[in-house]
Design a protein around this ligand. Structure first.
Ligand code: GLY
Length: 347
């Protein structure tokens, strides 16, 4: 087993990575003052892994569980209220433990409920998808969707521990695996040229996850609240989010949209970042290798509109992440019109 620790204003987070560790009670303990655990999962994960986790924890703690319907539709304030009701019934206190067992949706919503119930209860994230293992379960971003858009209500709430067990990937559908690979490719592009080379060779999942988790932990420790370096993690996401919104979050999954978003920055990467055409080709080849799209037509007659309404727009300015080379990124400023022009010229 490997471990990574990062420190933030919220305390210390320990990331444990290893095959089979979610089946060992030692991974969850000792934590001072914990008597009860409230596990939240979803209807896809529950039949596969919930009983086993309850069994492991019941040796030491009083354990209760709650199963959300699987899917983004659950990421609402209504579900949060249901979770508050569940937490109340379990009798958990601030020093007890909430455990999120699942992918990004379960992690985000349970994290938000944990951040706000009793003004903050400790949470352990147990990610079961590649995307959650490498990105969303680490760093304390939690939230739910509002009718006006995705992740519009949220809070920072750092987990005390993230238990990353690559054995969960054995039951992950291939499309979900590809979705996570988009974020892995993103890490390589913005921070780690050597990781990019390892992806070409097809390194072992556990090593790749460790590298990505270490990159994310370092970025979060240096910029917990997303005011500087953490914005680099948005590489490919400005265009990706525009694609997701254009297709009403149903045409393409997040990873597909982000992969296309990274590749469709070809002109921006070359003119604003200094990336070479050969490196742009390498990124496209890498996305194809993992079954991800490199172009997605979007925007209809007014693609600029989808950048103008981006949640992360500051005034009339987009802070766009572009690559200087594979493994190094920077932030440049542009307007929605400039970005639309750069992206659409190559569609
Ligand atoms: N997923 C991007 C971040 O945590 O900042």
């Amino acid at each position: 087993m490997k471990s990574i620790t990062y420190k933030t204003a919220g305390g210390e987070t320990e990331i444990l990575i290893g095959r089979g560790i979610a089946g060992k009670k030692e991974s969850f303990l000792p934590l001072k003052g914990v008597m009860r655990a409230a596990i939240v999962t979803d209807s896809n994960v529950a039949p596969l892994y919930l009983d086993a986790l309850c069994g492991v924890l019941k040796e030491e703690l009083k354990v209760d569980s709650y199963v959300l319907p699987a899917g983004e539709e659950s990421k609402t304030l209504t579900s949060v209220e249901k979770l508050y009701g569940f937490f109340d019934r379990t009798g958990i206190t601030r020093t007890d433990l909430i455990i999120a067992l699942g992918g990004g949706v379960v992690g985000d919503i349970t994290g938000f409920a944990a951040a706000t119930f009793l003004r903050g209860v400790r949470i352990i994230q147990v990610p079961t998808t590649l995307l959650a293992m490498t990105d969303s379960a680490i760093g304390g971003k939690t939230g739910v969707d509002l009718p006006s858009g995705k992740n519009r209500a949220g809070a920072f709430h750092q987990p005390v521990r993230v238990i990353v067990d690559p054995d969960f990937l054995e039951t992950l559908p291939p499309e979900q695996y590809s979705c996570g690979m988009a974020e892995v490719i993103k890490y390589a592009c913005i921070k780690d040229g050597a990781l990019f080379e390892r992806l070409k060779r097809g390194d072992d999942n556990e090593d790749i996850i460790y590298t990505c988790a270490a990159i994310k932990a370092g970025v979060v420790q240096r910029d917990q609240f997303d005011s500087g370096e953490r914005k680099l993690l948005n590489f490919g996401h400005t265009v990706g989010h525009a694609i997701e919104r254009y297709y009403n979050y149903s045409g393409y999954n997040h990873g597909q949209a982000v992969a296309a978003g990274m590749c469709m920055l070809r002109n921006a990467n070359m003119t604003l970042g200094g990336l070479s055409a050969a490196e742009c080709d390498e990124i496209e080849d890498m996305c194809r290798k993992y079954g991800l799209p490199v172009r997605i037509d979007f925007g209809g007659d007014d693609p600029e509109e989808y950048f103008r309404t981006d949640k992360k727009l500051e005034g009339d300015t987009i802070k766009l992440v572009v690559l200087e080379k594979i493994g190094s990124a920077k932030i440049v400023q542009c307007t929605p019109a400039q970005l639309a022009c750069l992206v659409m010229r190559q569609q």
